[in-house]
Design a protein around this ligand. Structure first.
Ligand code: HEC
Length: 146
Protein backbone atom coordinates (compact mmCIF):
# COMPACT_ATOMS: atom_id res chain seq x y z
CA UNK A 1 0.00 0.00 0.00
CA UNK A 2 2.78 2.38 0.96
CA UNK A 3 4.40 1.65 -2.31
CA UNK A 4 1.24 2.40 -4.28
CA UNK A 5 0.89 5.67 -2.39
CA UNK A 6 4.45 6.65 -3.19
CA UNK A 7 3.85 5.96 -6.85
CA UNK A 8 0.75 8.14 -6.80
CA UNK A 9 2.05 10.91 -4.58
CA UNK A 10 5.38 11.35 -6.38
CA UNK A 11 4.01 12.73 -9.64
CA UNK A 12 1.36 14.73 -7.77
CA UNK A 13 4.01 16.42 -5.65
CA UNK A 14 6.02 17.14 -8.76
CA UNK A 15 2.96 18.83 -10.24
CA UNK A 16 2.31 20.89 -7.11
CA UNK A 17 5.95 21.98 -6.91
CA UNK A 18 6.01 22.84 -10.58
CA UNK A 19 2.93 24.99 -10.12
CA UNK A 20 4.64 26.90 -7.35
CA UNK A 21 7.56 27.75 -9.57
CA UNK A 22 5.85 28.18 -12.86
CA UNK A 23 2.19 29.00 -12.38
CA UNK A 24 1.67 29.58 -16.06
CA UNK A 25 2.82 26.07 -16.97
CA UNK A 26 0.70 24.45 -14.30
CA UNK A 27 -2.31 26.44 -15.44
CA UNK A 28 -1.93 25.32 -19.02
CA UNK A 29 -1.63 21.73 -17.80
CA UNK A 30 -4.65 21.68 -15.58
CA UNK A 31 -7.04 24.27 -16.93
CA UNK A 32 -9.04 24.25 -20.08
CA UNK A 33 -10.88 27.34 -21.13
CA UNK A 34 -14.63 27.03 -20.61
CA UNK A 35 -16.23 26.56 -24.01
CA UNK A 36 -19.44 28.09 -25.30
CA UNK A 37 -21.45 25.67 -27.42
CA UNK A 38 -23.35 28.40 -29.26
CA UNK A 39 -20.14 30.05 -30.39
CA UNK A 40 -18.80 26.58 -31.10
CA UNK A 41 -21.58 25.91 -33.58
CA UNK A 42 -20.08 28.64 -35.75
CA UNK A 43 -16.51 27.43 -35.22
CA UNK A 44 -17.69 24.03 -36.43
CA UNK A 45 -18.91 25.63 -39.70
CA UNK A 46 -15.91 24.64 -41.85
CA UNK A 47 -15.92 21.10 -40.38
CA UNK A 48 -19.52 20.67 -41.52
CA UNK A 49 -18.50 20.35 -45.16
CA UNK A 50 -17.04 16.96 -44.25
CA UNK A 51 -18.62 15.90 -40.94
CA UNK A 52 -22.20 15.31 -39.80
CA UNK A 53 -23.12 15.53 -36.12
CA UNK A 54 -26.51 13.82 -36.48
CA UNK A 55 -26.28 10.07 -35.87
CA UNK A 56 -28.70 9.31 -38.69
CA UNK A 57 -26.81 11.31 -41.29
CA UNK A 58 -24.02 8.74 -41.47
CA UNK A 59 -20.58 9.61 -42.76
CA UNK A 60 -19.64 12.39 -45.15
CA UNK A 61 -16.18 13.02 -46.56
CA UNK A 62 -15.16 12.60 -42.94
CA UNK A 63 -16.55 10.19 -40.32
CA UNK A 64 -19.69 11.01 -38.32
CA UNK A 65 -18.96 12.96 -35.14
CA UNK A 66 -22.09 12.16 -33.10
CA UNK A 67 -20.89 10.96 -29.66
CA UNK A 68 -17.29 11.00 -30.84
CA UNK A 69 -15.96 11.37 -27.29
CA UNK A 70 -15.22 7.98 -25.77
CA UNK A 71 -14.72 6.32 -29.16
CA UNK A 72 -11.40 4.81 -30.17
CA UNK A 73 -9.99 6.91 -33.00
CA UNK A 74 -10.23 5.67 -36.56
CA UNK A 75 -12.54 2.72 -35.99
CA UNK A 76 -16.06 3.77 -36.99
CA UNK A 77 -17.88 1.15 -39.02
CA UNK A 78 -18.85 2.20 -42.52
CA UNK A 79 -16.18 4.85 -42.96
CA UNK A 80 -13.67 3.43 -45.42
CA UNK A 81 -11.30 6.35 -45.81
CA UNK A 82 -9.32 6.41 -42.58
CA UNK A 83 -5.62 7.05 -43.03
CA UNK A 84 -3.07 4.46 -41.89
CA UNK A 85 -2.17 6.37 -38.71
CA UNK A 86 -5.80 6.76 -37.63
CA UNK A 87 -6.63 3.18 -38.58
CA UNK A 88 -3.76 2.02 -36.36
CA UNK A 89 -4.52 4.49 -33.56
CA UNK A 90 -5.04 3.10 -30.08
CA UNK A 91 -6.32 6.20 -28.33
CA UNK A 92 -9.79 7.33 -27.29
CA UNK A 93 -11.15 10.73 -28.27
CA UNK A 94 -11.49 12.89 -25.20
CA UNK A 95 -11.96 16.66 -25.19
CA UNK A 96 -8.29 17.07 -24.27
CA UNK A 97 -7.03 14.78 -27.05
CA UNK A 98 -9.25 16.45 -29.62
CA UNK A 99 -8.04 19.83 -28.39
CA UNK A 100 -4.42 18.80 -28.93
CA UNK A 101 -5.12 17.38 -32.38
CA UNK A 102 -7.20 20.28 -33.68
CA UNK A 103 -4.45 22.74 -32.81
CA UNK A 104 -2.62 21.46 -35.91
CA UNK A 105 -4.08 18.19 -37.29
CA UNK A 106 -1.51 17.54 -39.96
CA UNK A 107 1.48 18.22 -37.69
CA UNK A 108 0.11 16.30 -34.70
CA UNK A 109 -0.89 13.27 -36.79
CA UNK A 110 1.39 13.17 -39.83
CA UNK A 111 -0.21 11.18 -42.59
CA UNK A 112 -3.78 12.05 -41.64
CA UNK A 113 -6.08 12.43 -44.61
CA UNK A 114 -8.05 15.15 -42.86
CA UNK A 115 -7.35 18.16 -45.03
CA UNK A 116 -8.14 20.79 -42.44
CA UNK A 117 -6.04 23.48 -40.83
CA UNK A 118 -7.87 22.63 -37.60
CA UNK A 119 -8.60 25.44 -35.16
CA UNK A 120 -5.39 27.20 -34.09
CA UNK A 121 -7.14 29.42 -31.51
CA UNK A 122 -7.44 27.73 -28.09
CA UNK A 123 -10.60 29.56 -27.05
CA UNK A 124 -12.29 28.68 -30.34
CA UNK A 125 -11.27 25.04 -29.89
CA UNK A 126 -12.88 25.06 -26.44
CA UNK A 127 -16.08 26.43 -27.98
CA UNK A 128 -16.03 23.80 -30.72
CA UNK A 129 -15.53 21.01 -28.18
CA UNK A 130 -18.43 22.32 -26.08
CA UNK A 131 -20.57 22.23 -29.22
CA UNK A 132 -19.57 18.63 -30.03
CA UNK A 133 -20.42 17.67 -26.44
CA UNK A 134 -23.80 19.35 -26.72
CA UNK A 135 -24.78 17.64 -29.98
CA UNK A 136 -23.70 14.33 -28.48
CA UNK A 137 -26.21 14.44 -25.62
CA UNK A 138 -29.12 15.01 -27.96
CA UNK A 139 -31.08 11.92 -28.90
CA UNK A 140 -31.42 13.16 -32.47
CA UNK A 141 -31.49 16.57 -34.01
CA UNK A 142 -35.22 16.52 -34.75
CA UNK A 143 -35.42 19.93 -33.14
CA UNK A 144 -33.01 21.27 -35.75
CA UNK A 145 -29.48 22.39 -35.22
CA UNK A 146 -28.93 23.73 -31.70
C1 HEC B 1 -12.02 18.32 -46.01
C2 HEC B 1 -12.80 17.46 -45.16
C3 HEC B 1 -12.65 17.62 -43.64
C4 HEC B 1 -12.75 18.76 -42.89
C5 HEC B 1 -12.97 20.19 -43.37
C6 HEC B 1 -12.62 18.34 -41.51
N1 HEC B 1 -12.45 16.99 -41.44
FE1 HEC B 1 -12.28 15.89 -39.72
N2 HEC B 1 -11.90 14.25 -40.83
C7 HEC B 1 -11.87 14.19 -42.21
C8 HEC B 1 -11.33 12.92 -42.65
C9 HEC B 1 -11.12 12.45 -44.08
C10 HEC B 1 -11.04 12.21 -41.45
C11 HEC B 1 -10.32 10.85 -41.33
C12 HEC B 1 -8.87 11.28 -41.13
C13 HEC B 1 -7.85 10.17 -41.09
O1 HEC B 1 -8.21 9.00 -41.17
O2 HEC B 1 -6.65 10.50 -41.00
C14 HEC B 1 -11.44 13.06 -40.34
C15 HEC B 1 -11.37 12.68 -39.00
C16 HEC B 1 -11.85 13.44 -37.95
C17 HEC B 1 -11.98 12.98 -36.59
C18 HEC B 1 -11.69 11.57 -36.09
C19 HEC B 1 -12.96 10.73 -36.19
C20 HEC B 1 -12.77 9.28 -35.83
O3 HEC B 1 -13.70 8.49 -36.10
O4 HEC B 1 -11.73 8.90 -35.28
C21 HEC B 1 -12.44 14.04 -35.87
C22 HEC B 1 -12.74 14.05 -34.39
C23 HEC B 1 -12.58 15.15 -36.77
N3 HEC B 1 -12.22 14.76 -38.04
C24 HEC B 1 -13.00 16.43 -36.41
C25 HEC B 1 -13.00 17.52 -37.29
C26 HEC B 1 -13.27 18.88 -36.88
C27 HEC B 1 -13.65 19.31 -35.47
C28 HEC B 1 -13.15 19.67 -38.00
C29 HEC B 1 -13.26 21.17 -38.12
C30 HEC B 1 -12.25 21.93 -37.42
C31 HEC B 1 -12.82 18.79 -39.11
N4 HEC B 1 -12.73 17.50 -38.63
C32 HEC B 1 -12.67 19.20 -40.42
C33 HEC B 1 -12.28 15.19 -43.07
C34 HEC B 1 -12.45 16.51 -42.71
Amino acid sequence: MKRILAVLVGPLLALVCASGHAQQDAATLTEQPEGDAQRGRLVFGPCRSCHFTDARAGHGNGPNLYRIFGKVAGKQAGFDYYSEPLRAAQFVWTPRVLDAWLAAPMQVLPGTTMMSPGVPDAAQRADLIAYLQLVSVRETDDAGEP
